[in-house]
Design a protein. Structure first.
Length: 67
């Protein structure tokens, strides 16, 4: 999902920056904040850094491909 899609689902379609700020500060490993990307599909930032987010996404894609 994109930050905008999350904001729309929450009932505040213009609050996409707020969604990004909230998820950037997320430290709960149960909440998969790294699954949310920018509307242009860039990975954007992550509380562990953009490289960490990209690494997590790539790792998950590899795991999904090996089902």
């Amino acid at each position: 999902m994109t930050y905008k899609q999350v904001a729309e689902k929450a009932g505040s379609p213009r609050a996409y920056r707020t969604v990004g700020n909230i998820l950037k500060k997320n430290y709960d490993p149960v909440v998969s904040c790294h699954h949310v990307v920018c509307s242009d599909e860039n990975v954007s930032d992550h509380n562990g850094g953009a490289r960490k987010k990209e690494s997590l996404l790539k790792k998950e894609m590899m795991l999904q491909g090996n089902d």
